[in-house]
Design a protein around this ligand. Sequence first.
Ligand code: ZN
Length: 157
Amino acid sequence: MLEIVEDGLNLPVPPPQIQPEMSVFWEALRVGELLLPHCRRCEFVVWSPRPYCPKCGSFDVDWVSASGDGVVYSFTVNRRGKGFNKKYQEIGPYIVAYVELAEGPRILTNIVDADVDSVEIGVRVRGVVHRAGDDVIVRFRPVEGESAHVDSSGGAP
Ligand SMILES: [Zn+2]
């Protein structure tokens, strides 16, 4: 456990950029569960997370736990790394992809733990949470020895 210091800070502590109604999503992702908003009225599975359904406009949205399984829908290899974020300039080529989740949504993400020249459209992938402190992001890695059926039992509890 780390000591929590609240008084006498030299620097301000900016509030996190998390909408209160989306905190459930982030708290789950911090322990490895990918939640997807699900419209109870029209059954649409929503991405990106938001407290309403962009398809029918309903606010009757709950959460479903994603299996973490998906396929590469489209991707590009970024080899230049001249983005505004300095950290991205030092890592070499990386893959930006749309992954189509088993539950339906296509999410913009990265493919990791893969040779950038080996990834193809249609490759089966599985989600992985990258965490730095309280910051988390879901990314995907190719499934080793991909097979025809998807075993979703490896999902988060
Ligand atoms: Zn809906």
